[in-house]
Design a binder for this molecule. Sequence first.
Ligand SMILES: [Fe+2]
Length: 532
Amino acid sequence: MSVFVPRPFDRRDLLKRFGAVAAAALGVPAAASPALAQPVFAKYPFALGIASGDPTPDGFVIWTRLAPEPMEPGSGMPNAGVEVEWELAADDRFRNKVLVGKAFARPELGHAVHVEISGLEPGRDYWYRFRCGRERSMQGRARTAPAAGADLARARFAVCGCQDLEQGWFDAFRHLAAEQPDFVYHYGDYIYEYRTRNFYRNPHEDLLIPCVRRHEGDESTSLENYRQRYAQYKLDFNLQLAHAAAPWYVTWDDHEIVNNWVGDHEGWNKTPPEYFLLRRAAAAQAFYENMPLRRGAWPKGPEIQLYRRYAYGGLMDLHFLDTRQYRSPQPCGDGFEPVCADIDDPKATVLGDAQERWLLDGLRGSRARWNVLAQQVMMMSMDRAEDDRVLLNMDTWAGYAPATRRLLKALQERRKADVVVLSGDEHQNIVGDLRLDYRDDRSPVLATEFVGTSITSGGDGGDKRPEADQLLAQNPHLRFLNDQRGYVLCEVTPDLWTTTMRVMDRVRVPEGRISTRASFVVERGQAGAKQA
Ligand SMILES: [Fe+2]
């Protein structure tokens, strides 16, 4: 797999291990240098861009995937490994090189490379790029996390996800890149698995809406056509800019595999679990191949370890959750349904036992100013009925009342009021307070939730859906609803959390503009959002 040069490095050792190119890049005169294989590409092999991810105080992952023919089976690469050189610099002109190395892009992994770089300085920017033969990738900026426990005056990061390419253009990503966040959290739906179609159904209005772009090929079910789907998305240059701008912490939601899957249960289809798990394995591999993930997430059949924790100095502990892989099937028929007794099943789980224990242990041991639960489906219950029934989205924590209560109880017992929950999936901006009983406004507020909208999913949208005012009235724990596309920016200081909803005026035509729709603040020690 990938190679990395430890620091401080020995230049003789470098020459021995990496030959003249690396040495020359560092200004070391090369004597008798071994010839390097120089693959020649008929087409540009870095068409899918580059990425970085999972920053720690001393490093991050850098990623690329060679694909001169991204949409073809095999991506235009031979069934053989190819050497890729990488370099890391302290400046954006690459004058001050810090590390160089080589990685091996193997066909088994779709010619992806994931280089885990360590030995860097905390809390600073680095630039990286790749080379293969005579071809060179675009460059990216990554940033290490602050030193462990460091007092940090401020951090600023972006939250995004849900980017159905058929429903809009990705200009929001270009705007996100321009914000130069310290990092990006992606809550999933990086791809949508749906086959080519001319129209999609808007579930809120039961209208057929023409697609603005079209997925290539059939529904994704195999490694080859998941790979192709990632390729189609990654060819989007706005998305590439957002990856090049900052390191991402990625997780997945449902559409990386299939709508509303959980565990070994394929959403609304009745596929036997052993068949679905074959598809899940293909999807897990394609996800790993295309994301800047560390080796710890290497897929093992249908399993992929995506829940993980990273500290951001002493300011934040970031708990990245996986609310799909270990969850019990949705109750009450799934979808937006009237409540039934099954939402009270005490055995049902959202996180699974191991992840739930890991999260509670992590919260208990945290000394950070803020604890962030970066996850996918909304944690707040939200009654969506337009009559006197109670209608919940059974594909959110609302369908799992005892599991939700267990987590909220644990937050209550901590008595710190330092938890912010970040979610996606809903395709609208939602801000609200997490209470043990959402219907009881005397029940204490235990945490604050910000649900990010979508990059494109849902199309242009508008300020509010028709039912929004009624939903706000019957859900007093909600502070805000908005149905435009965009992303969320979080600015965090030791005592104040500020979330800003950045929204697009349009996504169904290119060149949409971004603006601030609203900002909310949370004071540490006093859960609950207040409009800024
Ligand atoms: Fe989505």
